[in-house]
Design a binder for this molecule. Structure first.
Ligand SMILES: Nc1ncnc2c1ncn2[C@@H]1O[C@H](COP(=O)(O)OP(=O)(O)OP(=O)(O)O)[C@@H](O)[C@H]1O
Ligand SMILES: [Mg+2]
Length: 651
């Protein structure tokens, strides 16, 4: 891996938020203490073995005590140490995984609560996966705590034993050991970036595979299989190269770590051997000494690793803390006002936009003194060119963002004075791109109210024009949707989304391009549903098909960030050249610019012809130019298009 494409993994450690960790560890105190106690039992058993070995040799073999007795004692100690290492490991993992999952939960809850502006700026998916690896670092640190404390105990106990029993010999044995610790630390800090690099490349490879598979139609459609496979080959090469880097580091360090302690042992053997020969030392003592030295190696390595892991955990903690301390810019009012009861005379969902000014960034205002009142229970169509700020109005209404100037009132209450939860219950939005969750049709519709009865779900689906196709699905309302579930067409997804909004029964309903993916020749079916849904409910319809626009009582034309014109569809068509232009450009950009629908009365919507739906093959008759020309001459009868063309084929 080259330096420039390695992500900046480790920011400089400025301050270490250990308080976050100690807070978490406190909640796991009992488990961790148990882990440490079991670990100490293990360490004590381990430390006693060399002494038992000496006694076994000197008394059982060379003396005249029973060898079997010593063998049994050593065996029993071995069992204690085996059981306690298993139990310690289990406790350590249990506690560290708990810390990890608690923190993950906290992070997740915090991230979803953050304002949308935060999510727009930082890719949330990436943030979560970054957080995942940070959490893993932390888990690896916590899992080592009981082990390292018992290792530390073992280390000290053995050092004391060695030094008190034979200081000179101890000196020979111990000299190489700090190097073991040092090498282990170096090894750990070198291998870590190499392992990370492998992970990063593997993720990149996975992305390419993912894209090629899920985008197989595009890839094949453009004959780009060759491009994808050469990308794949490159990536595979890079994985090989970074993996070899990691292997090289291992190959360089592990022999040193392994060899160093042996050097100490050779010294012990040489010096100790002489003493035994001279009769200053028993064989048992020599073996005790040697096996004690061996017991130092693992703790040395582990403590070295712990130091390196601790450094990474500190960085990870810092990053996690950074997210956790990011405050949401959109928060509940300290003392929220309650909305008037829904359906009461003051709770009908009246909306007032007072001179609303807003821009996503300082350079560009999207809404500039946007000012309009929408009486409760009435419906408006919001029409405007692409990028004119229609969806922005929706986002402000949900308080995804706060206005920068002016204010928005719902039933006389400024949005900022309401509890966000109440606001979002009161305002339902169907977005242009519909997200279906991996769940049943019924659960997707009943998203706002998981306890809704199947009758309510079905009636919402019927209103949204979804019931019939849902019944035709393999398992009806029990069919699984979403990723790995049953695939619905764009139009079907939107109908599910509309049903979802209907079930939530908000006092203000916003349909943001909610029918754009519905086949125009089928739109009349939904239009009827929409008319029903809109009745007696404040509704903002963002749409560009005249037939849908005409469902609304009033049309607002959004231009230059404010209301450029206002009136009925018919009035605007007659009086506003800008309105005609906007509709015409939408018509020409519509995927199948097959048809332009005329304004239709609700009562006519049963008949596709009356709704102005024309055969997709009849292209010539419905060109955008035809609208402009047509609208201009139609004059009083403001329906676009219905005169000029007769449907040829019907549906
Ligand atoms: N999250 C964002 N950050 C910065 N700019 C944005 C963001 N969302 C939208 N914009 C910009 O704000 C302007 C208005 O966007 P908006 O989505 O409201 O348009 P729209 O009228 O809904 O368009 P369309 O009809 O294509 O959906 C656009 O110029 C867009 O580029
Ligand atoms: Mg939009």
């Amino acid at each position: 891996m080259t330096a420039q494409d390695e992500p900046a993994v480790e920011p400089a450690v400025e301050h270490t938020p250990w308080r976050l960790l100690t807070g978490l560890l406190k909640t796991q105190r009992r488990g961790l203490i148990a882990g440490v106690l079991v670990g100490l039992t293990w360490a004590a058993a381990k430390v006693s073995v060399p002494t038992l070995l000496r006694l076994g040799i000197d008394r059982g073999i060379r003396g005249n005590e029973s060898l079997l007795k010593w063998a049994l004692i050593i065996g029993a100690v071995g069992v204690v140490s085996a059981l306690s290492i298993g139990y310690r490991r289990w406790l350590a993992f249990r506690e560290s995984r708990t810390v990890e999952s608690r923190l993950r939960e906290r992070l997740y809850n915090h991230i979803v609560r953050l304002h949308i502006g935060f999510h727009d700026r930082s890719q949330t998916g990436q943030l979560m996966s970054r957080a995942s690896s940070d959490l893993q670092q932390l888990q690896q640190f916590v899992v080592m705590i009981p082990m390292v404390i018992s290792n530390l105990f073992q280390l000290i106990a053995i050092l004391v034993l060695l030094i008190t029993s034979d200081p000179l010999l101890a000196l020979f044995a111990l000299v190489p050991l700090p190097f073991v610790n040092f090498s282990a630390r170096r090894f750990n800090s070198k291998i870590h970036p190499a392992v990370m690099a492998v992970q990063v490349r593997q993720a990149a490879l996975a992305t390419i595979v993912e894209e090629s598979v899920s985008g197989v139609r595009v890839v094949k459609g453009f004959g780009a299989a060759g491009v994808q496979s050469s990308k794949l080959r490159n990536e595979a090469d890079r994985i090989r190269s970074v993996s070899l880097d990691a292997a090289r580091i291992r190959a360089r360090f592990l022999p040193a770590i392994d060899l160093l302690p042996q050097i100490g042992l050779i010294a012990v053997l040489a010096v100790g051997g002489h003493r035994v020969l001279n009769g200053d030392m028993t064989i048992g003592q020599l073996i005790q000494f040697n096996s004690s030295v061996l017991l130092l190696i693992w703790p040395m390595r582990n403590i070295g690793m712990m130091l390196a892991t601790g450094q990474r955990a500190a960085v990870a903690l810092q990053r996690i803390e950074q997210v956790l301390t990011t405050e949401s810019e959109i928060v509940d009012a300290p003392d929220p006002v309650r909305l008037p009861q829904a359906g009461s005379s003051t709770g009908r969902g009246s909306l007032t936009f007072r001179d609303v000014t807003f821009g996503y960034d300082a350079e560009r205002t999207v809404l500039d003194r946007f000012d309009v009142s929408i009486p409760g229970g009435s419906s408006v169509a919001l029409v405007g060119a692409t990028g004119s700020g229609k969806s922005t109005v929706t986002r402000l209404l949900l308080r995804f963002y706060d206005v920068q100037g002016g204010g928005i009132e719902l039933d006389g209450c400024d949005l900022r004075s309401l509890a966000i939860h109440d606001l979002r219950r009161a305002v339902g939005v169907v977005f242009e791109d519909t997200l279906l969750f991996h769940d049943t049709v019924a659960a997707n519709i009943a998203f706002a109210d998981p306890d809704a009865s199947i009758e309510r779900i079905e009636s919402a689906a019927k209103l949204a024009g979804a019931h019939d196709f849902v019944m035709a699905l393999p398992e009806g309302y029990g069919t699984l949707l979403g990723e790995r579930g049953f695939s619905l067409s764009g139009g079907q997804r939107q109908r599910i989304a509309i049903a979802r909004a209907i079930l939530a029964d908000p006092r203000v309903l916003v349909l943001d391009d909610a029918t754009s993916a519905v086949d125009p020749s089928k739109e009349h079916e939904i239009r009827e549903a929409m008319a029903t849904v809109m009745r007696n409910r404040t509704t903002i319809v963002i749409a560009h098909r005249p037939g849908t626009i005409a469902l609304a009582d009033t049309v607002l034309l959004l231009g230059n960030g404010r209301i450029a014109a206002q009136g009925t569809h018919h009035e605007l068509l007659a009086n506003s050249a800008e309105y005609r232009d906007v509709l015409a450009s939408w018509a020409s950009s519509e995927e199948d610019s097959d048809l332009i629908v005329g304004a239709a009365d609700d009562s006519d919507t049963e008949d596709p012809r009356a709704a102005g739906v024309v055969d997709p093959h009849d292209r010539a008759a419905v060109s955008p130019a035809a609208i402009r020309a047509n609208a201009a001459v139609v004059g009083d009868d403001l329906t676009v298009g219905t005169h000029v063309h007769e449907p040829i084929g019907g549906e």
